[in-house]
Design a protein. Structure first.
Length: 333
């Protein structure tokens, strides 16, 4: 039987005061854009969007657009597009992963069923594509649709690797590059394409988004073990419960003694047992430096993200992006 996680505390604010008003407009437009005459579609959309979220992707597009010298209304519309795409992927992820909770709320598929949840996610994808078509930039349309293809491919790769205890770090990095970093990267790339920037600066923003996305997912994987449940919005240890092997576990399996490696493999081979033996799993991850190694990788990507910003002229927007890079590895939810 499901048990409901404790109520979410107020989210730690992202360093995006520069675009706070635009983000407020994005939140308003999200509810307007997902209105439907079909009540279930409307209810599902508003259920997940009403739970809030970091709004990282629209904030990145808005801030990179500022850094590129653009402040027009289309930044808000394209930021809306990115959040619709991201939310659609979350809805599909929850079905694939059989997740019970998202952002402190029961998942849509648990409340309304898998078919309705999947199709509502599809409707969000279509609404996002309509915004891109309305804007009419083939380069941006090509960049975003290419990123969406990569996200889907990343999800398929993750499914294919489900429960694989022999996954190499390089393989895992390819998965998170596709399923997480690709969309974050194209948000930053799109912001650059809106403004008066050079191809080299657009590439620098794309690179910033790639490294930020990699670091963000690595920290997410760490928080799945270490976050406080009431702040995380879902039970800790969900990755192991769902058979997802992430970087801290991969590094620990590589470094452990044969006896400890076999013990950890025995626990992980039965996902439900992994949750029951979480204290032992955490002890092994600490003992062999799995957490430290994964965090070091995240920090390295954060540094690379900050370095890529040097291609841009100094501005308050560039400073905000640099602050976000620091926030990503310091966050606790």
């Amino acid at each position: 039987m499901m048990s409901m996680p404790a109520g979410n505390e107020r989210a730690t604010p992202l360093p995006f005061d520069l675009v706070r008003e635009e983000l407020r407009q994005v939140d308003e437009l999200l509810l307007q854009e997902t209105w439907s005459a079909v009540s279930i579609v409307r209810d599902i959309s508003h259920h997940i969007l009403g739970a809030g979220g970091k709004r990282l992707r629209p904030a990145l597009l808005l801030t990179t657009a500022r850094a590129a010298g653009y402040q027009g209304d289309w930044a808000i519309r394209l930021a809306l597009c990115m959040e619709l795409l991201h939310t659609a992927t979350l809805m599909h992820d929850d079905v694939l992963d059989h997740s019970d909770w998202r952002r402190g709320r029961v998942t849509a598929h648990r409340r309304w069923g898998q078919s309705a949840s999947i199709l509502t996610g599809d409707a969000m994808f279509a609404r996002a594509m309509r915004i891109l078509v309305d804007y009419g930039s083939l380069p941006i349309l090509n960049a975003v649709t290419s990123a969406v293809i990569r996200v889907c491919e990343g999800e398929v790769m993750e499914i294919a690797l489900h429960g694989d205890l022999d996954i190499a770090p390089e393989t895992y990095l390819r998965v998170i590059d596709a399923k997480t970093a690709a969309l974050i990267s194209v948000c930053c790339q799109t912001g650059g394409m809106l403004g008066q920037t050079t191809p080299a600066q657009i590439e620098a923003l794309s690179t910033f988004g790639f490294h930020l996305g990699m670091a963000f997912q690595m920290v997410d994987d760490l928080l799945d073990f270490t976050a406080k449940r009431e702040r995380w919005g879902r039970p800790v240890g969900e990755d192991l419960k769902e058979g997802r092997i992430t970087l801290p576990v991969i590094y620990t399996l590589q470094r452990a003694t044969p006896a400890d490696r076999e013990r950890l493999r025995t626990i992980l081979n039965t996902p439900s047992a992994a949750v029951e033996h979480m204290d032992e799993v955490l002890s092994l991850l600490h003992r062999y430096g799995g957490f430290e190694a994964a965090r070091a990788d995240a920090i390295a990507h954060t540094r690379a993200a900050r370095e890529s910003l040097l291609a841009l002229p100094a501005s308050a927007a560039r400073d905000a992006l640099a602050a976000l890079a620091d926030f990503v590895v310091a966050r606790d939810q």
